[in-house]
Design a protein around this ligand. Structure first.
Ligand code: NAG
Ligand code: NAG
Ligand code: NAG
Length: 353
């Protein structure tokens, strides 16, 4: 009897020790995982190697938190932070002109990511083969970039606004005092641009009010939106027709001003991925500029129908991105969902392909 009892006691001891072991093990595992979670909450340091177009902004204080509500994101432009930086950002424009060199001589911390930043279309890139296997991530207006930073976006309004007064009075939803059929602001006019060719044909058949450096009628920042708000349509013609390349010509000059954009850029389907299908008119919707001019004249005369192109204003606001700091803070938002071991072996085929 005594022997089995001793055996039983021994088994019980083994069981208790074993259980405690498992519990302790789980406890330590928990600690480690918990530790990992704490580690995840550590600050992400973004080092901007040089300011895009030499336009600097203040990085004093916790900029991403204070300005954009993104915490744990440290922005710096101090090269001394290189050994501690999680991400080093290089803007293409200055690299291309060789005003700035990549710090290839510095020992690169094993988990550090180098990020290639550009908001310019492929036509401005030039060859990129010198950058094969240099960058880990990309940041651009392209939706397939690791960090997608559009020129603008539509955001739902906090509270849906119903036009003041009679909802059926369409003039209430048409912003501005429309006195011009179509307007265009152009500073960099090149006759080889597709947009110039379309404009030259369009102006034969309809009135287009032109502003900007090209015609020596520059609009100040303050005058830009009030001036365009007096136009039914705005020629949101991109200087380059490339995938996802939709700039402030749409977001600011048209949408914010309250003019319906006539777009020339990527195909209609690409615009529809970014904005409501019935918020713009695409040059490709017509067989010729003459046909388009006829349509625009009819639309401007039919206020009910014209107002339908502005209906999205009731549910959405336009958000335009101007400040490089806001764009850089987006890296932290995306950081943990990005591929940590990515390498762009052929940046050229991604960016220019
Ligand atoms: C993160 O940055 C903030 C603001 O600079 C600082 O107060 C905090 O101590 C940092 N946290 C860690 C874990 O380094
Ligand atoms: C709209 O503009 C026209 C022409 O400049 C002007 O005569 C008219 O008073 C304006 N209307 C309003 C409501 O501002
Ligand atoms: C980032 O790219 C470099 C250059 O190709 C590569 O050596 C490095 O391993 C990549 N970083 C990570 C964390 O995978």
């Amino acid at each position: 009897m005594t022997v089995p009892l001793r055996k039983l006691m021994l088994m019980l001891k083994i069981f208790i020790v074993g259980t405690c072991g498992v519990v302790l093990c789980l406890f330590f595992l928990e600690q480690r995982v918990g530790g990992g979670a704490v580690k995840q909450q550590q600050n992400i340091t973004i080092l901007l190697w040089h300011w895009p177009f030499a336009r600097t902004y203040s990085l004093v204080g916790d900029v991403c938190h204070d300005l954009y509500g993104i915490s744990g994101c440290i922005l710096t432009d101090s090269h001394a932070s290189f050994p501690d930086a999680d991400v080093v950002v290089f803007h293409h424009h200055e690299l291309k002109r060789k005003w700035v060199r990549l710090p290839l001589h510095l020992p690169r911390p094993p988990t550090q990511k180098w990020l290639w930043l550009s908001l310019e279309p492929p036509a401005s890139n030039g060859p990129l083969s010198a950058y094969d296997s240099v960058f880990n991530w990309t940041m651009s207006y392209r939706r397939d970039a690791d960090v997608f930073i559009p020129y603008g976006e539509l955001v739902p309004k906090a509270t849906a606004s119903v036009p003041v007064g009679d909802e059926n009075d369409v003039d209430n939803v048409i912003p501005g005092n429309k006195t011009h059929l179509a307007c265009w602001v152009v500073s960099n006019y090149k006759s080889r641009h597709e947009r110039s060719k379309v404009y030259q044909r369009l102006k034969q058949v309809m009135k287009v009010q032109v502003y900007g450096r090209w015609v020596r009628r520059r609009l100040s920042d303050r005058d830009l939106l009030p001036t365009i708000s007096r136009c039914f349509f705005y020629l949101a013609f991109e200087n380059s027709q490339s995938v996802d390349y939709v700039t402030e010509k749409l977001w600011r000059n048209s949408f914010q001003a309250g003019a319906v954009p006539i777009v020339l850029g990527p195909p209609r389907s690409n615009y529809e991925a970014l904005v409501p299908a019935h918020s713009f008119i695409h040059v490709d919707d017509f067989d010729s500029p003459e046909e388009m001019a006829g349509f625009l004249q009819q639309l401007a005369a039919d206020h009910q129908r014209y107002a339908s192109y502005l209906a999205w204003h009731q549910l959405h606001d336009v958000k335009v991105y101007n400040d490089w700091r806001e764009r850089l803070c987006q890296i932290c938002r995306r950081y943990h969902s990005l591929d940590p071991s990515k390498v762009y072996h052929h940046l050229d085929s991604w960016a220019n392909g």
